[in-house]
Design a protein around this ligand. Sequence first.
Ligand SMILES: [Zn+2]
Length: 340
Amino acid sequence: MTRRPVEIDERLYERSEEKAAREGKTLTQVIESYLRDWVESGEPGTPPEEPSVPPEEPSAPPEEPAAPPEEPAAPPEEPAAPPEEPAAPPGEPGSPPGEPGSPAPKPPIREEIYVVRPGDTLVKIALAMYGDASKYALIAEYNGITDPWVIWVDQELRLPFTEIPEDIPETPRTGRRFQFPLRVTETPYFKFGDLYGSGSRWAGKPHPGVDMHEEKGASVYAIGEGTVVVNRQEPTGYGHYLMIEHELTTGVKVYSLYGHLAPDDESFTSPPVGFTIRGEDIVIGKEGETGQAGVPHVHFEVKKTDQLGLYPMINEYNLHTYFYDPYAFIRDPSNCYVPV
Ligand SMILES: [Zn+2]
């Protein structure tokens, strides 16, 4: 069987430039402003050293030269969060509802790693990850952060979960498991992390998804409920592809991408951007070979915005999107989506 490289990212930067242009900027300006945010919201001047701070010593920005808590360079969207956040009642963070007074946090059932992004504050992260801004204190305590207003971009925070996270009250978030987009899940084609061959522009770089093949024209299913955020027909690269946004029970957003789909025709029309995918039998496309495919297959990717996957890439949708092994993602029973 062929095991050929698939040129999927041919136009990624070009599209990023197009998006930047629509916002009246150049891609360089976007990246510059991103880097500026990075420097200004994190540790000024020493980004390369940041990743080497061991997670075991999270209180360690001791060399931190110039990040006073009053740091006025915080992004404008976060003007006055501190005053609104009264200290959490003692023992409240992390305590299960049945033991309101226990000051010793229970050992977490599980942990998630959150990578700090530009504009983040602990309050914002607590709101996104726990649905409760006051949990900022839990995150600070758990990571040994003495000053909750000093965090830096790309810092890895460990988030403890002692129970199913409380969520928006009116929506009981009983999550559902994801499914594979094709009924045939094992193929000899490119796997996640396989390296592109020497003939490719991406030579030596890892394949950020998995190539699945059932047969040309086979139904491609959404992996779970969500919203279509991209439905595009490219002459090369992904060809005809869809991206669907899903929400995990943790509140984290996940994006599934299905590439090289057959073009829409009289017999089948793929769901448009904004379409809500419901149920488990929603066909979103047909296996094809549009774009840089070579042979019929579906290039399937999963990206999580909260977790460092294979490697970070700048793309048009999110400057900090991370790819994640699709097999591992689908098979992990703790990854459940919120029905929409
Ligand atoms: Zn592929």
